[in-house]
Write a protein that binds this ligand. Structure first.
Ligand code: RNT
Ligand code: ZN
Length: 418
């Protein structure tokens, strides 16, 4: 079917596909730098810790800032829509012989990233890195009973607020700064309160640094468990939600891999929007657990996007991707995940949402079921491909050959050079 024909099919149910595309083009989605190198970064040698894990060993991984930026550029060229860059503190770029530990990071260590983003008209989101570092003591950071350890990590958080403000000032786009810690216990603890009270105090100390609330948007990300911290995590859902609601300007961040397997974030979005002016999401694909698989155009992904659109909250929900698969081409992983989330948003914008709401309010649940299911086979793919063309990126079925060429010409040649 041609786009014109698809457009007419949608027009019959009151959907303006041209308008949907125009809306989507302006919605920023944050692309996480850490898919590019399996959450390694540039400031340490050791393994990935904190209860998260990247598995696989696909060749061609980016090992230098230049390579990571090159790979990001390749992936941007295959993604429609507005991108924001999502960085972790461990991606600081140091000049020869001039390193700084996490508690002493400065904006200058991120100058190259600020330039990279500005040249591409992108904003930057930021994350302090509370893992993969020798100062993580017994798996604890901001909740540690060891005051020296806790202070080190508080200072890291404070340093990151300043860097977040620097990014916002440089790019003229607010920076969402997300705090996630892996702190917890493998087995049943005897004191659940202490670590949480220390975590709360640490967050309050971090946020006591003066910053412009219009420029820096701090978030706290919850998690139910991690590898090696199965019995208890300090930053549980109740903890972070209540922290955010009791500290003005702090946003709750929901990662859809961080709940019990039958809970869905799609149902939680509207609940939080009743209370918070803005919220943040980490969009991922948990397969049986918080596995951080590449985001696909699957049912829950679609449902999350529908909720954001139906709540009229495209400007209130900060969307970031968060996954890391080392078993496939990493650039392709970025592209598939970003395109899938764009598809989910476009799909949501191409539904007759007002009509469906009317059916629900009239309790026409029989018709609602029929219509919602029939909408699944509307010619959405033709609208999507038109959106790609309008964004000057290749449509489905045509971009993967670029990945093949890129890995042959660029990524696979990196093997023996470092
Ligand atoms: C871990 C959290 C966290 C990380 C990134 C790297 O479970 O989801 O957001 O994935 O900070
Ligand atoms: Zn996350």
């Amino acid at each position: 079917m041609s786009y014109q024909e698809a457009k007419e099919v949608y027009a019959k149910i009151g959907v303006d596909t041209d308008a949907a595309m125009e809306v989507l083009k302006k919605v920023p989605v944050s692309l996480h730098c850490w898919q590019g190198d399996d959450v390694t970064g540039f400031d340490h040698e050791g393994p990935l810790t904190g209860g998260i894990q990247a598995t696989g060993n696909y060749p061609g991984k980016a090992r230098t800032p230049g390579q990571l930026m090159q790979d990001m550029d390749k992936s941007f060229s295959l993604m429609p829509g507005t991108k924001k860059l999502n960085l972790h503190a461990c991606y600081a770029i140091f000049e020869e012989g001039k390193t700084a530990d996490r508690d002493a990071l400065q904006p200058e260590h991120f100058k190259k990233w600020a330039e990279f983003a500005k040249e591409r008209n992108m904003g930057i989101d930021f994350n302090p890195t509370f893992f993969s570092h020798p100062m993580v003591k017994d798996g604890l950071t901001l909740s540690s009973p060891d005051e020296k350890t806790r202070k080190f990590w508080i200072d890291h958080g404070k340093a990151c607020i300043k860097i977040a403000q620097y990014f916002a000032e440089e790019t003229k786009i607010p920076c969402v700064m997300n705090i996630w810690i892996g702190d917890g216990y493998k087995d049943i603890p005897s004191d659940r309160l202490g670590p949480r009270l220390r975590y709360k105090d640490s967050l309050e100390q971090i946020l006591s640094v003066p910053y412009d609330k219009n420029l820096v948007k701090p978030c706290v990300e919850s998690k139910v468990f991690g590898i090696g911290v199965e019995s208890y995590t300090a930053g549980s859902s109740e903890f972070t939600l209540n922290f955010a609601s009791s500290h003005k300007g702090v946003l709750p961040l929901m990662d859809n891999g961080h709940y019990h397997p039958t809970e869905v974030v799609s149902d939680k979005i509207s609940a939080l929007l009743c209370y918070f002016p803005e919220i943040a999401l980490h969009i991922t694909r948990p397969v049986r657990w918080d596995s951080d698989h590449v985001v696909l155009f699957d049912d829950e992904t679609k449902e999350m996007a529908k909720e954001i659109v139906r709540c009229g909250a495209l400007e209130r929900v900060h969307m970031a991707l968060d996954y890391f698969d080392a078993g496939i081409n990493r650039v392709s992983a970025w592209v598939v995940g970003f395109r899938s989330w764009q598809k989910a948003l476009l799909n949501a914008l191409c539904l007759p949402n007002d009509f469906l709401k009317k059916l629900q309010d009239a309790h026409e649940m029989t018709e609602l079921m029929v219509v919602q299911d029939e909408l699944k086979t509307y010619p959405f793919g033709d609208v999507w491909n038109e959106y790609c063309r309008r964004c000057s990126v290749k449509e489905d079925g045509k971009w993967f050959e670029e990945i093949r060429r890129y890995e042959k010409d660029v990524q696979f040649n990196r093997q023996h050079k470092e």
